[in-house]
Design a protein around this ligand. Structure first.
Ligand code: SF4
Length: 306
């Protein structure tokens, strides 16, 4: 049996851990290639028009895998934190795929709750059973995967750049270089380092959220808001760049919450969909970089005068 792993959505957070699990079980697996024009076209052609870009891209990865494996891992992620939720598109993803792509092999359909170890193990038990593995093999492989995840570095932080910005947005937008058009590389070339939300600890995020009138019940929104506000308040960044999927409801709320809190602090939102052109993104990044530079010069001038 060959198992397929689509390189989209939460692959960017949990994909390597899943690979460790399969390797430990000795299962042959294939990961779809990096997102490309071909993957995007596949997704756009089969997915419903009004879905966001990451969902279309995920469809493209599944489409690429469908004739190359016997089972595709499509986690129906319901929750990542206690008493919080993630985007409903994750819950309905399997139905979307089944309705949009013909000739699919088997998909994993069980809900995946990532809150407690028992919840996670239950899902891995379900997957392992589909792969005809014994309970002991599954538990041992899960333990190895868990160790791998806990000992891995998460997120990214550049050092030694003239400027530093918080690079915010959903994991699958921040780390998929086709989607974000290699934004990190472009910023680095302009002398701007980045830091991502995983580098802000959970307790700090929870503290920042308490300032809001109501705690957001979407985990993604909570993390993006808490991390942005913390980095801004602690003076650890010169600006914030938020990569947002066109038509994403969660993004539209969190962006407004961040804006309201940071006032005139440099903040740029890059809206992306399948029609976004790279030239437009380049121009905006360069303009943002110029603004950071001017701001730094004027701050230096003021501090000398002061
Ligand atoms: S959170 Fe936004 S970008 Fe992510 S799947 Fe949902 S609608 Fe799409």
């Amino acid at each position: 049996m060959v198992v397929g792993i689509p390189k989209g959505l939460m692959y960017w957070k949990y994909g390597s851990t899943l690979e460790v699990f399969l390797k430990e079980l000795g299962i042959q697996y294939i990961v779809s290639p990096d997102t490309s024009r071909d993957i995007l076209d596949r997704g756009v052609n089969c997915c419903v028009d009004d879905a966001c870009l990451p969902i279309k891209i995920f469809h493209g990865h599944v489409h690429w895998l469908k004739d190359r494996c016997d089972l595709i891992i499509t986690p129906r992620i319901m929750k990542v934190e206690h008493r919080e939720y993630i985007c409903p598109k994750f819950c309905g993803l399997i139905e979307m795929l089944k309705n949009s792509i013909e000739g699919l092999p088997r998909l994993t359909e069980a809900p995946l709750n990532l809150v407690t170890r028992t919840d996670r193990l239950q899902w891995f038990m379900y997957l392992g059973k589909m792969l005809n593995c014994s309970k002991k093999e599954i538990v041992d492989a899960y333990r190895k995967a868990e160790e791998f995840y806990n000992s891995s570095e998460h997120g990214h932080e550049d050092r030694s750049f003239r400027h530093k910005v918080a690079l915010m947005g959903h994991t699958y937008n921040v780390y998929d270089n086709y989607v974000n058009m290699n934004i990190k590389k472009k910023l680095n070339k302009l002398g701007i380092g980045v830091i991502t939300e995983e580098r802000v600890n959970k307790e700090t995020i929870e503290r920042k959220i308490k300032n809001l009138y109501k705690k957001p019940f979407w985990s993604f929104a909570k993390n993006s808001y808490g991390a942005s506000v913390s980095l801004y308040e602690e003076g650890l960044v010169d600006g914030i760049i938020y990569i947002s999927s066109f038509a994403c409801g969660i993004d539209s709320i969190v962006i407004e919450l961040i804006k309201e809190h940071i006032g005139d602090f440099p903040f740029m939102v890059l809206k992306i969909d399948e029609h976004t052109g790279e030239a437009g993104i380049d121009t905006r990044i360069e303009a943002f970089s110029d603004m950071l530079e001017r701001r730094k010069l004027s701050e230096n001038k003021c501090s000398k005068l002061g």
